[in-house]
Ligand binder design. Structure first.
Ligand SMILES: [Zn+2]
Length: 161
């Protein structure tokens, strides 16, 4: 949850004014009124403390997010692109392993390795995180189509003899 810094400062300003008013009027106030105002002051201090605890938590969350983004950025710089998809690279700088999901990288800033799935074509990959599937290897698909076309043409030629 985002911390409301202006509200926290307003709470502190209110607390300071309450303490000043209490200091100036303490001689004129009876014991019950003084006690009531001190309770109000303590309530305001507790609210201010809660605001700063929330702010500390928010800062920690942002620091964690920044560290994750830096880590992802460092990894992305070490990847290689092939047919619009990013891959890890081997010692020779060639793509290796499975491509990373472009949707998860763009939307969530995360590197999620996609997987081939049983019953799908060799050129398709599915993201285990967002479940989107992609045509990742047009060269394999085109080679397969060319092979099938050649087989059909060969069969047609054979039928004509
Ligand atoms: Zn994904």
């Amino acid at each position: 949850m985002p911390i409301d810094i202006p509200a926290a400062i307003a709470t502190l300003n209110g607390t300071i004014q309450l303490a000043r008013g209490l200091a100036e009027a303490s001689a004129e106030l009876d014991k019950a009124e003084l006690k009531l105002r001190i309770v109000g002051l303590v309530d305001q201090l507790v609210a201010a403390k809660d605001s700063f605890i929330d702010a500390r938590e928010e800062i920690r969350n942002l620091e964690t997010e920044i560290a994750q983004l830096k880590e992802t950025t460092a990894k992305i710089e070490d990847l290689v692109e092939d047919q619009d998809f990013l891959y890890a690279k081997d010692d020779q700088g060639q793509r290796t392993g499975q491509p990373y999901c472009p949707r998860c990288l763009e939307v969530d800033g995360r590197l999620v390795s996609m997987h081939p799935t049983i019953g799908r074509s060799d050129w398709d990959r599915v993201c285990p995180q967002c479940k989107n599937d992609f045509l990742v290897d047009k060269r394999v698909r085109d080679a397969d189509y060319a092979r099938q076309t050649a087989l059909i043409e060969q069969a047609n030629r054979d039928d004509n003899y």
